[in-house]
Design a protein around this ligand. Sequence first.
Ligand SMILES: *Cc1c(COP(=O)(O)O)cnc(C)c1O
Length: 428
Amino acid sequence: MNFENNLAFAQAQDQIDTLKNFRQQFLFPKHQGKDFIYLCGNSLGLQPKAAKEVLDQQLSNWANLAVEGWFEGEEPWMFYHKELKKLMAPLVGALPSEVCPMNTLTVNLHLLMVSFYQPKGKRIKIIMEGGAFPSDQYAIESQVRFHGLQPDDAIIEVFPRAGEDTLRTEDIISKINEHGEELALVLFGGINYYTGQWYDMKRITQAGQAVGAIVGWDLAHAAGNVPVKLHDWDVDFACWCSYKYQNSGPGGIAGIFVHEKHFNNQTLNRFAGWWGYQENKRFKMEKGFIPEAGADGWQVSCTQVMPMALYHASLKIFQKAGFIDPLRSKSIALTGYLYFIVNEVNKELNSAQFKIITPEVAEDRGSQLSIIAAEKGKEIFDGLVANHVLGDWREPNVIRLSPIPLYNSFEDIYLTGQTLLKVCKAIL
Ligand SMILES: *Cc1c(COP(=O)(O)O)cnc(C)c1O
């Protein structure tokens, strides 16, 4: 697309955008009485207007049915997660039986590592991206120690080459091959939270499995953002949170994926609980854990109805929008436009003030751009906020802006460019 840095162009793009009306289904935060241009959906997605309704509905169910709500009413809580499974599956390219809503992300990462990181003999190592989200680093470190191993012996991090900001697939694959028979697990974020790089999940999965390792993905920044095909890519396991790109609310319920090829594997360890027990015999309260088939067998505690109701309300919006493909098309255009606009600001400032470290090629990124300012990055970020543009700041020096196809417009992006220019002219 040939982008133009003017309001008429942006508005014309919004006119022909088939998703433009979805914006009205969300609530925008305000700053001094005026809506923010919200470019922070990679950190916390906006509240769907339907959220309040579904919570009210569940509060009524609780009030009117109390304990009978588990089996009575229009949506008995006992089976409520099944509705979510149907809607989660197409978002991540899975079968409904392969996904389940439960817990929160880091908790699920631990539960899945209990099953899928089983170091034995020489095969003890985990490969991950250098600079992974800290929670993942802590989870992986502590899992390694849990097995009586030392992080320095068991964890291999892959870093960008000197002078580069993102990883090359060939470097990841050669690291995998180099460690071959010592590798127990390849565990990456689908999209790195800091750089916004979307890794070549299919090739990395193949490379890891080719040397005999298990391959898992943390999709915190990928699920609901880019089209992933977990089943077809033969991914072993994955997990994600739903409060970023999937608008389920702060601390919202998370999701897991376990490939169906593992459903009958009796050698997998689990940290079990009653809700993972065979569903039709769960209330017999018998001794000896027998897992329910599929991803449901990793559940531990009973259904968290309120967070699930919020996630359900949001997934219905994705369903209406056609799940991921239409969103991805708009996301490519919108993020491409932001890329162009940031470079226009550079031109108007006559400098290389802003460097975008996120890959320019759409196949290597989602909807986030990570931008490093040559000077006064934090002041510029604060200036954006003061002028109604809300992105986020990540230490040490990156401004992350993330246009979301469900609720951002081309006009938002154009105006962000104008604001960035104004702030820079005032500060620099
Ligand atoms: C956001 C994020 C988390 C957050 O984990 P919670 O358990 O939901 O607090 C973890 N890992 C990654 C990669 C993230 O982007």
